[in-house]
Each structure stands twice: as structure tokens, then as C-alpha cells.
Design a binder for this molecule. Structure first.
Ligand code: LLP
Length: 425
């Protein structure tokens, strides 16, 4: 297993995956998300030591991306009825061993429960109510339990999914009660799952193994699978670190082997990454539409805003950026700039830290009409977009073997108002 090395900062670029950014912008318009399939497949291959890699599609759920990872052996996680439908539309079958699609959530809405029951989609229960609700409708099934181990960690407090402040998972001391509920409906608890947060580190991830082991020992030999969840970080800026994948795998595998020895049967080991697989593959291409001087601050204002990429306004997240010089000059002088979007809200700034503090970034001198690329924008980017200010969602493009494919067309005004109506008076 290989751990990737950190990318270097490149404030100018002319290509994405070998294709000219200017050509991509001409062909697909801006703002447009571009994903490089080769990067996704490399990240998937990094994790090949695990028995199963289950893609957390909440990170980027375009059908073409689901189809890509499916064809390369990844299973898929779904957290809503529509994510189950996406998985099926992308060619996953609902049933199989291991389950191709797993519904992991803390609640069922009516549609998700109907789908899981009718299509026999495997359910990973994050609350005891889910056990009762599924049991009443589909007794005799196998289920897994998502455990909240009492601790968690993420790149932001908003992405920490463990501990008593978190709504996620079944609290670790309530396993006996859950087993009793499951038994009432002849549900068999065949596996355990722990996900402590998104964008965490090896120290915290390694504690997941101990938590899973304790829970599995309590449930007993009905357990045939354990999932260590997602959470693997991506390097967004220099100085951040990837997790040592070989070291992490060793910890997980040792835990699995102890369980196997205790139970006397094989236990499969699953990992459930979202960000790790897709973050670095994604680029948001935008156009600089205005350059403003506000006292001593220079602003580059783009045609993309937090309606396209909400991570900076939500978490103060840092994304690398590069200017695409229209004259091909990669050695332009640099200046400190603040990069913002078009929305009527002062928080619409890509260069901000958690708490909303605006900061500047060193970027090449640019002109209105030139392109700017926001990088590492494959995960939790397009999918968290909105129609705020009645802005249409941008296009999505996949670069596959040197060719760019439109995988989602830009929304139109008609898309925006579809379903709306004016009451007749
Ligand atoms: N499994 C479960 C049960 C999860 O809740 C999540 C993420 C994952 C797997 C995948 O985690 P990953 O490998 O991507 O860290 N919007 C935030 C991230 C929210 C993550 C939610 N759950 C962001 O932009 O950073």
C-alpha cells in the first residue's frame, strides 16, 4: 500500500490532466467542475489492501463517478433514498455478498425505509429506532450496527461524528439493548461499523480499531464484517499530512485477525472513504469577472461562489488556487489577493478561515476575463452546491483517458423554476 506524497503549490496552470483549461472553459462554460478519473482510480488503488472499499458517495455522487468506481471494484454507501437510487442507476445491484449498497443513517424517512425493504438493501443502523422500524417491516434480515464509540475527531468540529455531542451512531454502551431489539424481529447483527469524523488523523483513526473490537466481542460470533468508516484526510495545503496507509491497515488487519481467532471464522475488513477518493481529482474552473481595489485590498471576483463551493464559508476550508494566464506566461509577478464570488452576501469569499475571517492569498497578477482554478474540489463541493441567488448549478465534466466528457449539463432557468407555480386568484 502506498501513501501519496503532497502536491506542490502551483499558483499558475494551463492544463488539467493534460487538457487545456482554456479549451475546457470554451467548451463547457464556467463555472464548471472537472474530475480527473485517473486520480480517483489511483486513490482507489492506494486502498487495495482492504478487503472492500465502500465509496461514501455523499462526497461526489454524479452517476458517472459512481459508475467509474463500480467498474473498478468499489462498493457504495448511501445515506438517503436518492443515494440508493443513484447507486442502482449507476449499475450497482441492490443485493449481494458483500452488500453492494449499504444504507447508513440515523433515521429512515418513509421513502428510504420502503426502498430498503422492497429492494432488500442492506441497512447499517445508527439508532435503535431504525432496528425496530426495519424489524417490523422486514423481520429475519441481516443488519449491521453503526456504533458511536464515545469519541470523535474531524477537520472541523462540524465534521466530528463521535462523542456525546454527535447525533450519529448507537452509543457504545447500548449494544445489549440493540441486540435484544434485533432478536425480537429475528434480525441478525452480522457486522459493526464505526466512523468518527471526516478529515481526521492516524492517532484518532487508530482508536477506531479498539472501539470496533470491543463492540464486536460484545455482539459475538454473528459478526462477519467490520467497517472502519471513512475519514482519511486529503492534503489541501503544504504542511498537512496523509495518513500512513500501511500503518493504518496493519492496525485494522491486526484487529480483524484477533476477531477471527476469537470467533473461529473469517471477518471481512471494509473502509468507507469519500474525500480520500475524490477530493484531489476535482477542479472548479471559474472566470475572473471583476478586479477591485478596496483600500489596500485587491479582490478577484469570480463567476463561482459559495453556491458552487461552500467549504470555505462553512468550515474556513483552504483550497489551492491557480490562475490560468491567457498569454501562457507562467512566471507573472504575484500579489496578495482576496478571492470572492458573485453572491449578494459578504461571506461569499473563498479565502477565509474558520469564523469568517477574510485572508489573502498570493496569486499571479491577472486580468478580467482570465480563468482561475480552485483545486482539490472533488469532495463535498458540487454536491453541497445550491441555487442561492437563483444561480444555476454548474456543469460537471469527467476526464477519462485524455478525453473530456460532460457528465452533468449546467442547469438552466427552466430547471430552476421547475415545480414552482403561481396560485390562480
Ligand atoms: N462514512 C460515514 C458514515 C460518513 O458520515 C462519512 C462522512 C464518510 C463515511 C466519508 O467520510 P470521508 O472519508 O469523506 O471523510 N462536508 C464536509 C464533510 C462531511 C462528511 C460527512 N460524513 C466537508 O466538506 O469537509
Amino acid at each position: 500500500m502506498t501513501t501519496p506524497t503532497a502536491p506542490t503549490d502551483s499558483p499558475s496552470r494551463t492544463e488539467i490532466a493534460g487538457l487545456e483549461v482554456a479549451d475546457l472553459a470554451r467548451r463547457f462554460g464556467t463555472p464548471t467542475f472537472v474530475y480527473d478519473a485517473a486520480t480517483i482510480l489511483q486513490r482507489l488503488a492506494d486502498l487495495s489492501a482492504f478487503d472492500h472499499v465502500r465509496y461514501a458517495q455523499k462526497a461526489a455522487s454524479n452517476l458517472a463517478l459512481l459508475d467509474l468506481v463500480r467498474r473498478h471494484g468499489a462498493l457504495v454507501d448511501a445515506v438517503s433514498a436518492a443515494e440508493i437510487r443513484r447507486a442502482l442507476a449507476a449499475g450497482y445491484t441492490a443485493e449481494g455478498t458483500p452488500p453492494p449498497v449499504v444504507y447508513t443513517a440515523d433515521i429512515f424517512d418513509a421513502e428510504a425505509l420502503d426502498l430498503c425493504v422492497e429492494k432488500n438493501v442492506h441497512v447499517n443502523c445508527g439508532s435503535s429506532d431504525m432496528i425496530d422500524q426495519l424489524g417490523r417491516r422486514a423481520p429475519g434480515r441481516r443488519i449491521t450496527l453503526r456504533i458511536n464509540p464515545g469519541f470523535g475527531h474531524g477537520h472541523s468540529q462540524k465534521t466530528n461524528t463521535g462523542g456525546k455531542q454527535a447525533k450519529h451512531g448507537i452509543w457504545h454502551d447500548q449494544i445489549a439493548d440493540c441486540l435484544a431489539r434485533a432478536a425480537r424481529f429475528q434480525l441478525e447483527v452480522s457486522g459493526l461499523h464505526v466512523h468518527i469524523g471526516s478529515g481526521t488523523d492516524l492517532d484518532h483513526l487508530s482508536r477506531v480499531c479498539g472501539a470496533l473490537e470491543n463492540a464486536a466481542v460484545e455482539v459475538g460470533p454473528s459478526v462477519t464484517s467490520v467497517s472502519v468508516g471513512g475519514g482519511l484526510p486529503t492534503v489541501y495545503r503544504q504542511g498537512e499530512q496523509y495518513v500512513d496507509l500501511a500503518a493504518y491497515y496493519e492496525l485494522c488487519d491486526a484487529m480483524r485477525k484477533r476477531l477471527q481467532a476469537g470467533f473461529g471464522h473469517p471477518v471481512s475488513l471494509e473502509i468507507e472513504p469519500g474525500r480520500y477518493l475524490v477530493a484531489e481529482s476535482g477542479y472548479l474552473i471559474a472566470e475572473i469577472r471583476a478586479i477591485k481595489q478596496q483600500d489596500d485590498n485587491t479582490f478577484y471576483l469570480l463567476d463561482a461562489g459559495f453556491n458552487n463551493l461552500a467549504r470555505p464559508i462553512l468550515y474556513g476550508a483552504y483550497h489551492p488556487m491557480s490562475v490560468v494566464p491567457s498569454d501562457g506566461d507562467l512566471s507573472r509577478p504575484e500579489q496578495e489577493v482576496i478571492v470572492g464570488g458573485p453572491l449578494c452576501e459578504s461571506g461569499d469569499i473563498f479565502t477565509q478561515e474558520e469564523g469568517g475571517f477574510v485572508v489573502s492569498r498570493r496569486l499571479p497578477v491577472a486580468r478580467v476575463g482570465e480563468l482561475l482554478v480552485i483545486e482539490c474540489a472533488g469532495a463535498y463541493s458540487f454536491v453541497m452546491g445550491s441555487n442561492y441567488n437563483s444561480k444555476p448549478l454548474g456543469a460537471e465534466v469527467l476526464i477519462l483517458q485524455g478525453r473530456a466528457h460532460l457528465i452533468r449539463r449546467r442547469q438552466t432557468f427552466e430547471d430552476l423554476v421547475r415545480g414552482e407555480s403561481i396560485p390562480e386568484l
